[in-house]
Design a protein around this ligand. Structure first.
Ligand code: PLP
Length: 392
């Protein structure tokens, strides 16, 4: 029996007063001490003991000068991706960056020109839009298609047509997809990669949610399909999986040396080169000594997901997206007939704080996103409160 069982995750931890965005910024902004935070994508669980020990060891150094990002770091990342996802990553394929969003921005700036179009599949994580627009590029949208079974799929024909028409000079893809919860199949990923090959455009693939894929689905990394000739850049981090996002450490990975060289030049120009000693130590520990913790977490989150799916049967006008991946549930509230402002207000009045669907672009209108990365009692409390709005 693993020590990381249901009882372990049920305990959670008190985060109020740590300056965390999820609780403290929400309280400051909303002024409602009763509000349950089910929004920003981090979790209300303690990080794995091996990470806590690694960070404590660095804290005990008593001095924290410039710290190198060395072979140990890339070896830990490689071993992890090989073990967990069957991907082989060489040392020379990896570039460090502080976070995935900064990597996304550097990639857009390095691999496209001002005015170029970048194709994305909304509804999608807000910074996809910002990293394109604020870099002076144009957002080109090919929205996902919602199936009758609440599973979302790509519109490959439309993506093909937009690329064929020269509307986009790069594709930025989210795999697994936030907020639509898809773990893309090998076939779907191959279709996207084939389009990028055919139209000779780079593919930037954000795999930050790779570890949160529920059986029987599996995460297929784009790197298992791409060769050295492909203009493919994969972005990943231990931050989401192991709840160390505040430490700021991520990686950009490509087997294509020329492409990685362009991204490196952009990164160096931005002045970002080194991580910090706490982040590096935490990430090495995460990639090396935390598999049992992660396996326990995945079972626990699958239990939270099943609980929400079962409970939502009481909500006749809310459709819950089938969650193959991530701990973020995408709720389609359009049948309630409320406008976005009203929807946000009634949910807040029920003392539950969720992410507004419009954070994911205009195709998120009528939706909210519920973060279930927290102890089950917190999920249950939020669901009971949402009954006052949805069980009608
Ligand atoms: C798809 C996706 N990419 C990136 C991020 C943020 O990553 P980082 O904190 O490393 O910038 C998130 C956070 O929710 C996310 O969902």
């Amino acid at each position: 029996m693993s020590e990381f069982d249901q009882a372990y995750f049920d305990r959670g931890l008190e985060r109020r007063g740590t300056e965390c965005v999820k609780w403290d910024a929400m309280l400051e902004q909303q002024g409602d001490p009763e509000m349950i935070p089910m929004w920003v994508a981090d979790m209300d669980f303690p990080s794995a003991p091996a990470i806590q020990a690694a960070v404590a060891k660095v804290a005990a150094q008593g001095t924290w000068g410039y710290t190198r990002n060395g072979d140990r770091d890339s070896e830990a990342l490689s071993a992890y991706w090989q073990r967990r996802h069957g991907v082989s990553i060489r040392k020379e394929d990896v570039l460090m960056s502080p976070c995935v969003v900064s990597g996304m921005r550097m990639a857009v700036q390095a691999l496209t020109k001002p005015g170029d179009g970048v194709l994305i599949n909304p509804p999608i994580y807000g910074p996809f839009f910002e990293s394109i627009r604020q870099s002076g590029r144009t957002v080109v949208e090919s929205p996902l298609i919602q199936g009758d079974d609440n599973r979302w799929t790509l519109n490959i024909e439309e993506m093909d047509a937009k690329l064929a028409a020269g509307e986009a000079q790069a594709v930025m893809f989210c795999s697994p997809h936030n907020p639509c919860g898809r773990a893309w199949s090998r076939e779907e990923l191959s279709q996207v990669l084939d389009l990028c090959r055919r139209y000779k455009v780079p593919l930037i693939c954000d795999e930050i949610h790779a570890d949160f894929v529920y059986a029987p689905c599996r995460h297929t990394s784009i790197l298992t399909l791409a060769s050295e000739e492909d203009a493919v850049l994969m972005l990943c981090a231990a931050s989401k999986t192991f709840n160390v996002a505040g430490l700021q450490q991520s990686s950009m990975v490509s087997r294509n040396a020329a492409l990685l060289g362009r991204v490196k030049a952009q990164r160096d120009m931005s002045g970002v080169t080194f991580g910090n000693p706490f982040a590096l130590a935490a990430t090495r520990a995460a990639y090396t000594d935390c598999d049992a913790w992660l396996d326990g977490l995945l079972l626990y989150l699958a239990g939270n997901r099943d609980l929400v799916v079962e409970h939502a049967k009481k909500w006749p006008k809310v459709r819950v997206t089938k969650l193959e991946a991530t701990y973020l549930m995408w709720l389609d509230c359009r049948q309630l007939g409320m406008n976005q402002e009203e929807l946000g207000r009634v949910v807040r009045e029920a003392h539950v704080f969720v992410t507004d669907g419009l954070f994911f672009g205009s195709h998120g209108e009528g939706f909210i996103r519920l973060n279930i990365g927290c102890p089950r009692a917190q999920v249950e409390a939020a669901l009971r409160r949402l009954d006052t709005v949805f069980a009608k």
